[in-house]
Design a protein around this ligand. Structure first.
Ligand code: GCU
Length: 586
């Protein structure tokens, strides 16, 4: 009867809640070789979480007397799936599935692989909870749907291995984001899965950037190592830098004199950086630039800039949230065709390759954690999840020149609990990264019709979402909003826009038509261009995207505010209105 116990323990999950993989466990990946675990996995949906309840990962096929037991799983004869991917996209019957999915793969390792002192499993992202089991043992878990996590798995591995992963995208009011968002809740292990082989002493982290306020003449490099002492070597050949740094208490840090060619969208110069420590070597391609704020202005390398942007979700008809580099390059190409120099990556960390590609192609980025709408702001565990996602994001993308703003959230109610929660996040971002401004997409203060959010005192740049002409039909309120406001910091209009169903025509007052969307873009840009404290904009949004909240017959479970259809084939007239505005802005 021992096997029958699984349905008698409702609190089955508690034993899996004690092995969090978090930001502290991340290891710098630049230039590292790894054993990819992408490719064929066996899988099943597991709506009642039976894998965790019955502990399928232990693979108990016989009782203590050796008698065969009936089992409810068959790892090696389940259907196959190509990971990374979102399970929603593999077959129509899984499109709306929310719940646990179990993935299984047998992996043979060579003696030489197993001989490494450390072997880390890295998963680029899994939504939302993910548990890792190897050879019948529970290894680690991760909460958070869009950031990488790692765990040292050497002690669990042998020559022949069974790896079982369980992802669960069930929405939950205590998660970040909560169960209520305006985008599609994809499932699965949807970014790269790999084993990283490391020597006994290795480089845990490499942070390198131009020193703010150094007249572009100093580069600060910070290397964290697995052991307390030793020597790291930093090489930047094109800058004639080859320096030895001493490690104290696990960190080596120095400001180096250098006069790099500054990175910008127009001149996205990247330098090869190599750092070695004992037997370990990492590398990165780094652009050196300075982003700063003074008064109502934003400066890139000491020059005032206007962020000509557009918002993007990580959503594709073909691949869900598991976009390919080709799709990312298409986004970059069409953003440049729009005349943009900037993208708002909404509302969660996108794939790390997006920032790497924008480093190369020359686009500026706003990156954001999904502290979205009404989070449980008085819940400590929700705060820890938000903070960990922010730390994982900054740790992952710190060296990316294209990333110029960290956003701690979007459209949150102005309550005391929210103020405390998001102020702490903003303070953390400032402390953890002194080189970038912090922002958030705030709501307009409805009572005073002005830009007035207490959180602004904690931000360097104020993001404002306003939908005059759409959710606020009286367009004249836009002039009043700006007249009623007198912000002391730069403002980015982080969202304005309107739905338009491609091919739907009517008058400029007919909501949902191409004409109405184009008219709103025209009136918005005509108004915004005269407001001196507005230093950027990222209208909502480049592509139509899937959204379960949008059920009208012209929406069909899509948010149709895109300037381009979700199949990325048709540009609506509003695209050309914005393109004209950006061209004139030059
Ligand atoms: C909000 C929100 C977006 C949402 C958009 C809309 O501002 O930030 O996530 O999709 O408005 O209503 O279309």
């Amino acid at each position: 009867m021992q096997k029958m116990a699984d349905f008698l323990t409702p609190d089955y999950e508690s034993e899996y809640l004690n092995k969090d993989a978090a930001a502290k466990d991340l290891v710098f990946m630049g230039g590292r070789a790894s054993i990819s675990l992408n490719g064929n996995w066996n899988y099943t949906i597991d709506p009642y979480d039976t894998c965790l309840r019955q502990k399928w990962f232990k693979e108990i096929y016989k009782d203590d007397e050796g008698r065969t037991l009936p089992v409810d799983f068959s790892f090696d004869t389940w259907e196959e799936i190509e990971l990374p991917c979102n399970t929603n996209t593999v077959k129509p019957e899984f499109f709306w599935y929310e719940g646990p999915v179990v993935f299984s793969k047998t992996v043979r390792l060579k003696e030489t692989d197993l001989a490494h002192d450390h072997i880390f499993l890295r998963i680029g992202a899994a939504n939302y909870k993910c548990r890792v089991f190897i050879n019948g043992q529970y290894v680690c878990e991760h909460f958070g749907g869009s950031t990488p996590f790692m765990c040292d798995v050497k002690e669990y591995l042998k020559e022949d291995n069974r790896i079982v992963l369980v992802s669960d995208n069930t929405r939950n009011r205590y998660h970040v984001p909560t169960e209520n968002t305006d985008w599609f809740n994809y499932n699965g292990i949807y970014r790269d899965i790999e084993l990283v082989l490391l020597p006994g002493d290795y480089i845990k982290d490499l942070k390198i950037a131009l020193v703010p306020g150094s007249a572009f003449k100093k580069i600060k490099v910070t290397v964290r190592t697995s052991s307390d002492s030793g020597v790291v070597k930093v090489n930047i050949p094109e800058l004639n830098i080859s320096e030895l740094l001493s490690v104290h208490n696990g960190t080596a840090e120095r400001e180096l004199d250098a006069s790099p060619l500054l990175w910008s969208p127009e001149s996205p110069k990247l330098y090869d950086v190599t750092v070695s420590f004992c037997e370990d070597t990492v590398s990165d391609k780094v652009g050196f630039r300075e982003i700063s704020v003074k008064g109502n202005d934003i400066f890139l390398n000491g020059e005032k800039i206007f962020l000509k942007g557009i918002s993007v979700h990580e959503d594709s008809d073909a691949t869900g949230k598991a976009l390919t580099d080709e799709e990312r390059m298409e986004t970059i190409r069409v953003a440049k065709e729009l005349g943009a120099n900037y993208l708002r990556l909404a509302h969660y960390p996108h794939h790390e390759n997006m920032a790497k590609l924008c480093d190369k192609e020359g686009l500026l980025l706003w990156e954001e954690i999904p502290v979205y709408w009404a989070i449980e702001f008085d819940d400590l565990d929700s705060y820890e999840q938000a903070k960990n996602q922010l730390e994982e994001l900054i740790c992952r993308d710190y060296n990316r020149a294209s990333v110029i703003i960290w956003s701690v959230g979007n459209e949150n109610p102005d309550t005391d609990e929210r103020f405390k929660f998001m102020s702490s996040l903003a303070d953390f971002a400032h402390k953890y990264d002194e080189t970038r401004p912090v922002s958030a997409a705030c709501l307009v203060d409805g009572k005073t019709l002005s830009i007035k959010d207490r959180l602004a005192e904690k931000l360097d740049i104020i993001g404002v979402n306003e939908y005059m002409g759409w959710y606020s039909p009286n367009f004249d309120e836009l002039d009043m909003l700006f007249k009623n406001s007198n912000p002391s910091k730069p403002v980015i209009i982080t969202e304005f826009g309107a739905d338009a169903t491609a091919g739907l025509h009517g008058t400029v007052d007919d909501k949902g038509t191409e004409e109405c969307q184009a008219e709103i873009y025209g009136r918005q840009t005509e108004t915004i261009k005269n407001i001196p404290y507005i230093k950027g904009m990222s209208p909502w949004i480049l592509f139509d995207f899937k959204c379960p909240r949008r059920t009208s017959s012209i929406q069909g479970f899509y948010n149709r505010k895109g300037l381009i259809t979700s199949d990325r084939k048709y540009k609506k007239p509003a695209f050309y209105v914005l393109q004209k505005f950006y061209r004139e802005k030059n």
